[in-house]
Design a binder for this molecule. Structure first.
Ligand code: MG
Ligand code: ZN
Length: 243
């Protein structure tokens, strides 16, 4: 049996594909994939263009549920909201609980409820962008749906992906879920105040993360005690100022 793998778009290329199989006179294993992702990339590209024209620096925050994305957002907004104009997009499967937490800080926020989807995609963010006065913003923070897997596969039009790993999740996560670590520009390791109560090995977590992505900037911190927050805030400000 002959085997070949190539990408086709459906339905336009089906005729050509059948001809090709016939021409080669055999059965073929065909990978009809990546269509959804490439369609998303096109929308993400449009988002990116719109955001760049508006002069907004955008980060896409990703982590498993409970790592502390919303809490890090609260700490970040409290520190920077008087210095910069900041907007927030909250992605959750259900509820407006996180958007309500952000709204209390007086920052414009749009909640996206994905229903059954376990990640945000470019189109969802596109819709939310229409709710902001983009020209007035310096920074837009998108909090993705809590999930360590597929959010990393969907570009939203952000400048940088940022991921959080919390101490309670364990130091084995970089090697088990490498894509998110590979795609991110910064890694926040949250809840370091819990280290004495766990067997989390910070050196291992850092080493494994950097083995996947040597360009990763790593910020161990505790949102609860405030330890290490300055390094993270400095990184974010340099991104804003570069734009
Ligand atoms: Mg949240
Ligand atoms: Zn998903």
């Amino acid at each position: 049996m002959k085997e070949a793998e190539f990408n086709v778009s459906v339905p336009d290329d089906v005729g050509g594909l059948l001809q090709e199989i016939h021409r080669r006179g055999g059965t073929m294993k065909v990978k009809v994939a990546e269509n959804i992702l490439s369609a998303n990339d096109r929308v993400a590209e449009e988002n990116s263009r719109l955001l760049k024209e508006s002069g907004v620096y955008v980060i896409n925050m990703m982590s498993s549920p409970g790592a502390g994305k919303t809490t890090l957002l609260e700490k970040t907004l409290a520190a920077l909201k008087d210095k910069y104009k900041i907007g927030v997009i909250e992605g959750d499967v259900a509820t407006t609980a996180d958007a309500e937490r952000i709204e209390k800080l007086g920052v414009p926020v749009v909640q996206i409820n994905t229903g059954s989807a376990c990640h945000l995609d470019g189109s969802m963010v596109r819709g939310a962008l229409e709710e902001f006065d983009l020209g007035s913003l310096d920074l837009l923070i998108v909090e993705n749906v809590g999930n360590l897997v597929c959010p990393a596969e969907f570009n939203l039009g952000e400048d940088h992906k940022v991921m959080l790993l919390s101490v309670a999740e364990g130091d084995d996560k970089p090697l088990k879920y490498p894509l998110m670590f590979r795609e991110s520009a910064a890694l926040v390791i949250n809840k370091i105040d819990l280290i004495p109560y766990t067997n989390f090995d910070m050196d291992k977590a850092r080493r494994d993360s950097l083995s996947i992505n040597p360009r990763l900037d790593v910020f161990p911190l505790s949102c609860r005690t405030g330890e290490g927050l300055d390094g993270w805030l400095g990184w974010l400000e340099s991104g804003i100022n570069a734009r």
